[in-house]
Design a protein around this ligand. Structure first.
Ligand SMILES: *Cc1c(COP(=O)(O)O)cnc(C)c1O
Length: 359
């Protein structure tokens, strides 16, 4: 950062931006990365680059942050929500196939599919990728929560036509706000760069023939990102250690389960999430959340499914029972990389006190 300031590259261009993009591409083992102002901006660019427009449908995992659906709406298209697999909490391949088959038969294939790597857990890309290929629908990987995770040994962010990552303040590494679009398609990334800088035509004056956006990341924040990227491996270890320790402290409690980790990958465990079966546990998710809050400890419910959002409740959904149950029972525990053993023990003790069997 000192170098960025001293060299006066306080702009959405500069050497740290170029280097950050190279280093990020290396980290996710993809040929190209474009650093932008947010993960949402990257999602929007991906859809724009795929030519998604009004009257198009885009299939999207139901259990996710609203950014996915909003990016679809920015293009005037309609998101359709597909339920998740209870074993992974990510896009359910069989439902995806069923919906793609039905829409192909109706002659109205969707313009794209957005799979989400939830809380760090990759979606099942062998299955999803081959289904999308079979129906010739482009796939976008929303890896906003999954930087540092892997699927069958390959880094999250590198699957599908486009991958999206986020450097928002709450993510595993951060530039305070930021994101990136990742692809093996160099031409698409160059076009994305053009659109992200207000689509300025090559002319000495300011001339525009396409609709562009001010979506570029600044050189100053890219310098922050370079420092953060170096810390990624240890952040992943810290988050995984949180999940492991919570497991040791809590998994004997009846009715409490940690988010399962799929055998096909290694999650960055961005957040440690649990589900609570109130009957077996003896208290419900909200009782735990409120007991933690009373001790000045913040815990949050899982993402509210998109088909239950007032903004999107009139949209089509394929299934939705799994994401509804997860929302009803799921809780994200405090998961920061700087948490210490005694913090986790204090949190776990409060959770244990609420469990019938733990009292
Ligand atoms: C955080 C997040 C985004 C959006 O990223 P921003 O950088 O906050 O715009 C998109 N999708 C998911 C799943 C996220 O968690």
């Amino acid at each position: 950062m000192r170098d960025a300031v001293a060299s006066n590259w306080i702009a959405p261009v500069g050497p740290h931006l170029d280097a950050f993009e190279r280093e990020l591409a290396t980290a996710v083992e993809a040929p190209h990365a474009l650093a932008v102002a947010s993960g949402t901006a990257a999602l929007h660019l991906a859809l724009r680059l795929l030519g998604v427009g009004p009257d198009d449908e885009v299939l999207c995992a139901d259990l996710t942050f609203v950014a996915c659906a909003n990016a679809v709406a920015y293009q005037g298209a309609r998101p359709v929500f597909v339920d998740v697999d209870p074993a992974t909490w990510t896009l359910e391949p069989n439902l995806l196939r069923q919906e793609l088959a039905a829409s192909a038969a109706a002659g109205r294939p969707p313009a794209a599919v957005i799979a989400v790597d939830l809380y760090g857990q990759s979606a099942d890309y062998d299955a999803i990728g081959s289904i999308c290929e079979e129906f010739d629908v482009p796939l976008i990987e929303d890896a906003a929560e999954a930087l540092g995770s892997t699927y069958r040994g390959r880094p999250a962010g590198g699957f599908g036509r486009f991958g999206v990552v986020s450097f928002n303040g709450n993510k595993i590494i951060t530039t305070s706000g930021g994101g990136a679009l990742i692809s093996s398609d160099g031409e698409a990334i160059e076009r994305g760069r053009f659109l992200a800088t207000q689509a300025r035509d090559p002319a000495p004056h300011y001339q525009h023939s396409s609709l562009g956006y001010n979506y570029r990341m600044s050189n100053l924040l890219a310098a922050v990102g370079r420092g953060q990227l170096r810390a990624l491996p240890e952040r992943v270890e810290a988050r995984r250690a949180n999940a492991r320790r919570y497991g040791e402290l809590l998994s004997d409690l009846p009715g409490l389960e940690l988010m399962p980790e799929a055998a096909y990958g290694r999650s960055n465990r961005w957040l440690t999430c649990v589900t609570i079966d109130p009957e077996r546990f003896g208290a419900d998710r909200d009782a735990i959340r409120l007991a933690l809050e009373a001790e000045n400890i913040e815990a949050r419910p899982l993402w509210k499914p998109m088909h239950l959002q007032p903004l999107y409740s009139r949209h089509r959904a394929v299934g939705g029972e799994v994401s509804e149950l997860l929302f009803e029972r799921g809780l994200c525990l405090p998961s920061g990389s700087a948490l210490e053993g005694r913090d986790l023990e204090r949190i776990a003790a409060i959770v244990r006190r609420l469990c019938r069997a733990g009292r």
